[in-house]
Each structure stands twice: as structure tokens, then as C-alpha cells.
Design a protein around this ligand. Structure first.
Ligand code: NAD
Length: 370
């Protein structure tokens, strides 16, 4: 069980990720895209989608599942874009596909960007933010293929699809952070099970099923091999949304669903169907901003059931966590830090040297390097 963390300043962590990506064959520009994405996920508190993914990426490059040099191949037909991620770094090829979608939404008012065959595209909110920064509203439906399923259907007892995230981003005007709803359709993301396993923690009730379809709190049912299943969020409704993501990204966008005829053993392959809309084609900016702000203010003014837990809007918890972690550094548990050391070592890269801080008790030092 790991009781201690290292706290790593975000720029140090980013420079380390770039170095590893470059050593693995990526350009510095692409390495920076991956690093910015992973470190932002950590800063937002989504450690499941942060630098802890890097060892998996390094392994996948070594096994030929992830091509660190690949770029998106984009075909346009009016407002519809068909994007082949060519098993490149998801952060790179999804960004390229969304950039093309943004350009199309500007000219057409609307774009449908169908990305398939990308290696893990990480935190989907990144692509919502990319659109919102350009004043565009976006919806993103994602599925995952290439490895065995992870999530049980409502009323089922074993895994039949993956954690299929959904994202909706709405810009709130210049200088304001967007409304950013971004979640896995399982009760928890798989990466959070990995983080709990690495920390030696048990999970809350209602998140996991064991190999017999019975409720369990042991994250070990999903690692190192999958013997159990994650539970879909929101009973039949969450399961329905998960399946909608599967069908939209896997069938409509052309990336394939996780049905048994689709090849496994390819790593983490994401497909994403994104709808990008220029809201100014529908309503004036002034109306949009004042209407959204009025509604958000109204929702947030609801008296909290617990005075210590005020009403928030999606995107707020991440921004709060980011402000804190920019001050304290990104906490990384020592099991994850060791995995990063191993991945870096395999490429001749040294870990940054940082102090380890125990959760309780006195400080220890985690040595960097191999
Ligand atoms: P989560 O359960 O933490 O939910 C996050 C969402 O809920 C955010 O929009 C957040 O702002 C909002 N939220 C949280 N607390 C709130 C509150 N009190 N009031 C209002 N809104 C609140 O996220 P998750 O399901 O663990 O997903 C984590 C990340 O994993 C996401 O970024 C997701 O895109 C990513 N993911 C990626 C893949 C993939 O295949 N690439 C798969 C699954 C998940």
C-alpha cells in the first residue's frame, strides 16, 4: 500500500512528459500537446487521466499499438468531417480533428466531426474547451474499443461496453470559463479504479461488480486483468446514455463498437462523434450570455442542503482544484511515481527529483532517476 505522495510542480511534470514523449519518438510539439493535456487533467483533479497514463502510452508505443508520429487524416464533405486518428497520440489527433471541426463550424454554422481509430484521447473536456475558446458550443460522444469491455449494462452482471464518456461545453463569453460537463458514463472512470488500486484503497459501495456479478469494493477485480465490471451510472438512464455513446461513436462515426466481432488487443482506441455549433447563427451573443448567466445564478442560489457544500456548476470543481494544485504541486502517489520511473528508465529518461510527503507523519525523500 502506498501512503505517500510526491508533489510535483506542474511545469516540472510537463517538461518530464515532453522528454519521455520525444524519447519515445514524438516531435517536441506533439510531446507538448500530450504533456499539456495530461498535466491539466492532474491539475483539474482527474488523476485518472493525468500523467499516470504515460507508462501505458510508453508500453503501447513499444508494442506498436500507438504510433507517436501519426497525425490525423481528415476528409471533409460539407459540414461533415471524417477523421482517421491512425492510432496516433489521441491528444494530438483529436485536437487536429476538432480544429478542423471548428473551422468548418465557423464557415457552415455547424460541424459534425467523426473521429475514429485514435489512441486514448484522454480527458474529453479538453475538446469541449478547445471549441468553447472559439465561442462554439459542442457535444462529444465517445466509445472505447481495442481492449475487453469494462462496464456492465443495467441489470447485467458482466462487462459489455466501456466507460464511454460524454461532454457538453458551452462558452459563457470572453474571459469567462465555459460551462463544462464532462464525465464517464460508468459511476467512476476506470482510471480512478487504477488510482485506488495504486493507493491501496478500497472503493465506495455501488461502483464495482466482482467476477460473479456481485457488488464489491475491491479495485483488484479490474487489475491486473479484468475479472469484474464497473457499474453504469444512473441506473437505466445512464446505461442508455452509455449505449448511445457506443452507437454514435462506434457505429455512426465508423470507429466500430466493442461487440465481439471487433478486434481486441489493440490498446485503448477511442472514437468520438462531436457536434460543434456556432450559437451566433441562432441567437445574439448578448442574449446567450445574459440568459445563461441568469440561469446559472438561479441554480447556484439554491440554499445548500449542507451549508459546507454550496451548489456548483459543471467545470467549477476542476477550476477550484487547479488553483490549489498550482500552489501545492500535483500530488502523485508513489506507486504511480514508480511506474513513471520504470517507463522513463526504459527510454533513458530520468524522473525529476522531488520530495515525497507522507499522507500523515514525517517527510521522506523519493529519489528521482532510474
Ligand atoms: P467526475 O465523476 O469527476 O465528473 C466530472 C463532471 O462532473 C465535471 O463536469 C465536473 O465539473 C462535474 N461536477 C463534479 N462535481 C460537481 C458538483 N458538485 N456540481 C456540479 N458539477 C460537478 O468525472 P469522471 O466520470 O471520473 O471522468 C473523469 C474524466 O475521465 C473526464 O474528463 C472524462 O472525459 C475522462 N474519461 C475519458 C475516457 C476515455 O476513454 N478517453 C473514458 C472515461 C472517462
Amino acid at each position: 500500500m502506498s501512503e505517500a505522495y510526491v508533489h510535483v510542480p506542474a511545469p516540472t511534470l510537463g517538461a518530464f512528459v515532453i522528454e519521455v514523449c520525444v524519447a519515445a519518438g514524438a516531435t517536441e510539439v506533439d510531446g507538448r500537446t500530450v504533456a499539456d493535456h495530461l498535466v491539466t487533467a492532474n491539475l483539474y483533479g482527474h488523476d485518472s487521466h493525468g500523467v499516470g497514463m504515460l507508462p501505458k502510452y510508453v508500453d503501447s508505443i513499444a508494442s506498436g499499438q500507438l504510433d507517436p508520429k501519426a497525425h490525423a487524416e481528415i476528409r471533409a464533405d460539407g459540414a461533415i468531417l471524417s477523421i482517421d486518428g491512425r492510432r496516433g497520440f489521441g491528444q494530438v489527433v483529436a485536437r487536429e480533428g476538432i480544429a478542423a471541426g471548428i473551422a468548418r463550424a465557423r464557415s457552415e454554422g455547424l460541424a459534425l466531426a467523426a473521429l475514429r481509430n485514435a489512441f486514448h484521447i484522454g480527458r474529453i473536456g479538453t475538446y469541449g474547451e478547445q471549441c468553447a475558446a472559439e465561442g462554439l458550443v459542442s457535444l462529444h460522444f465517445v466509445n472505447v474499443v481495442g481492449h475487453p469491455p469494462l462496464v456492465a449494462p443495467f441489470r447485467g452482471s458482466d462487462a459489455r461496453f466501456s466507460t464511454n464518456p460524454f461532454c457538453c461545453a458551452i462558452p459563457l463569453g470572453p474571459g469567462k470559463p465555459p460551462f463544462l460537463l464532462d464525465f464517464a458514463t460508468s459511476v467512476v472512470a476506470m482510471g480512478k479504479v487504477r488510482v485506488a488500486k495504486n493507493k491501496g484503497e478500497v472503493m465506495d459501495e455501488g461502483l464495482l461488480l466482482d467476477h460473479q456479478g456481485q457488488p464489491t469494493r475491491d479495485p483488484g477485480v479490474m487489475f491486473p486483468e479484468i475479472r469484474g465490471a464497473l457499474v453504469a451510472m444512473g441506473l437505466h438512464k445512464g446505461y442508455g446514455l452509455a449505449l448511445a455513446c457506443e452507437l454514435l461513436a462506434g457505429a455512426v462515426a465508423g470507429g466500430r463498437t466493442v461487440q465481439p466481432g471487433t478486434p481486441r488487443g489493440l490498446g485503448i482506441i477511442n472514437n468520438m462523434l462531436s457536434i460543434i455549433v456556432d450559437p451566433q447563427r441562432l441567437v445574439p451573443d448578448s442574449f446567450l450570455q445574459s440568459e445563461i448567466q441568469a440561469m446559472i445564478d438561479y441554480a447556484k442560489a439554491s440554499p445548500p442542503a449542507d451549508p459546507d457544500l454550496p451548489v456548483l456548476v459543471p467545470g467549477e470543481p476542476e477550476r477550484e482544484r487547479m488553483a490549489e494544485r498550482m500552489r501545492t504541486g500535483v500530488p502523485i502517489d508513489l506507486a504511480t511515481w514508480d511506474e513513471l520511473r520504470g517507463a522513463a528508465h526504459s527510454l533513458g529518461v530520468l524522473l525529476p527529483e522531488v520530495q515525497a510527503a507522507p499522507r500523515v507523519g514525517s517527510a521522506a525523500v523519493a529519489r528521482g532517476g532510474a
